[in-house]
Every structure is written in structure tokens, then in C-alpha cells.
Design a protein around this ligand. Structure first.
Ligand SMILES: CCCCCCCC/C=C\CCCCCCCC(=O)SCCNC(=O)CCNC(=O)[C@H](O)C(C)(C)COP(=O)(O)OP(=O)(O)OC[C@H]1O[C@@H](n2cnc3c(N)ncnc32)[C@H](O)[C@@H]1OP(=O)(O)O
Length: 169
């Protein structure tokens, strides 16, 4: 299996997807044969909503956000004809995140996110994403989202770091 996008994207302390964030969710995303991308995640009991059996909506938003933004970066590297992380870094941020929460997401089983790049126009990339049962059983997804990813310059990070408080030895 090829490495996850997140294991190739450099300098990533993101709470949702950064391998360098010891307190983070460390989600991992991969291409699928049909050109979409997927991420399987096992929610943790403390990530619950009010009732203990369901996943908190903010956690769901973070999973969708990170899976889609990493997919945007992976897609942009592919468009540039480069392996992820090779050469001048390609960075995207979230400009817009629109989520429909369609059904409570169970906390005690693995879940799957599937994202697709819908459109690329200049610096803007639109993606769609569904959050569903890991078996992809033909049922209503738990959530559906659209994201606008916006490319920022590769020197953006120079202004974006403080000492890495989230890195624990
Ligand atoms: C904050 C840290 C992020 C670091 C990422 C880089 C390092 C990567 C490292 C490791 C991988 C990590 C992976 C992270 C994954 C998680 C992602 C997140 O959580 S990101 C955090 C949340 N998002 C923000 O904090 C953005 C805050 N917003 C901004 O900084 C600006 O508003 C920005 C850059 C989004 C746009 O700035 P402008 O408006 O000056 O840029 P203009 O060049 O004018 O716009 C480009 C196009 O985008 C449209 N646009 C701008 N903002 C939009 C928006 N909010 N919605 C829709 N379109 C928008 C504009 O209309 C323009 O469109 P036209 O080219 O004219 O067609």
C-alpha cells in the first residue's frame, strides 16, 4: 500500500491530520482506484456528543476538513506531475466547509470518509465528501459535505508557526 497523503505532506502539526501533533487525530487518507480518496477512522469514546454513543459534530467536521484538504493537496501535486511532498510545497487552506449532518454517527465502530475533487478553478478547488459506515453499506451517509479549498503561497508557513507546543517528547 502506498503511504498516506499525510505521511508525505511535510511540516504538518495539524490537530486533525498532522503526524507531528502528538495530541491530534492523526487521520490517514489514500487514493482509491476510481480517483476518489478515502480515510478510515475509529472514533474514540471521549469524542462523543451529548449521549455517549455518538460522535461529536465538531470532530466530524475536523475529519471531513482534514481528509478533504489533504486530498486537495494530493490532487494538486498530481496535477503538477509531482509526488506529494516533492519540490516546492503546495499548500491549501479551508475557505468554506458546508456539512449536512444526516444521521447520528455511531462512536463504537470504524467510519469511512470518501472525498472527490469536483472542480479546480485557479486557486480554488471544490470537493465533496461523504461520511459513512466503514462497510459502505448502501444506506444514507451520516454526513455529506462540500468544501472550498484555497491555495496559499508556499511561503505562507513562514508567518504561521509559533514554537511547536503540540509536539511532546
Ligand atoms: C491556518 C493554518 C493553515 C495552514 C495550511 C498551510 C500549511 C499546510 C501544512 C500542512 C498540511 C496541513 C493540512 C491542514 C488541513 C486542515 C485545513 C485547515 O484547517 S486550514 C485553517 C482554516 N482556514 C483558514 O484559516 C483560512 C483563513 N482564510 C485565509 O487565510 C484567507 O481568507 C484565504 C487564504 C482563504 C483567502 O485569502 P484571499 O481572499 O486574500 O485570497 P485570494 O487570492 O483573494 O482568493 C483566492 C480565491 O478564493 C476565493 N475565496 C477566498 N476566500 C474564500 C472563501 N472563504 N470561500 C470561498 N471562496 C473564497 C476568492 O474569491 C478568490 O477567488 P477568485 O480567484 O477571485 O475566483
Amino acid at each position: 500500500m502506498k503511504p498516506a497523503f499525510q505521511d508525505l505532506i511535510p511540516h504538518n502539526h495539524c490537530f486533525g491530520c498532522g503526524p507531528q501533533n502528538s495530541e491530534g487525530l492523526k487521520l490517514k487518507s489514500y487514493w482509491r482506484d476510481d480517483g476518489s480518496s478515502e480515510c478510515v477512522y475509529l472514533p474514540q469514546p471521549h469524542q462523543c456528543a451529548g449521549p455517549t454513543g455518538f460522535v461529536n459534530g465538531g470532530i466530524i467536521a475536523t475529519l471531513i476538513d482534514c481528509h478533504c484538504i489533504c486530498t486537495a493537496m494530493a490532487h494538486a501535486y498530481a496535477l503538477a506531475g509531482r509526488e506529494i511532498g516533492q519540490g516546492q510545497p503546495i499548500w491549501y487552506v479551508t475557505g468554506e466547509l458546508n456539512i449536512q449532518y444526516l444521521a447520528p454517527t455511531p462512536i463504537d465502530e470504524a467510519i469511512k470518509l470518501v472525498a472527490k475533487v469536483e472542480n479546480v478553478s485557479g486557486k480554488k478547488m471544490t470537493l465533496s465528501c461523504e461520511l459513512m459506515n466503514v462497510t459502505e453499506a448502501p444506506s444514507t451517509p451520516y454526513a455529506r459535505a462540500t468544501i472550498m479549498a484555497i491555495q496559499v503561497p508556499s511561503n505562507w508557513l513562514k508567518h504561521a508557526d509559533i514554537p511547536a507546543m503540540c509536539e511532546k517528547s
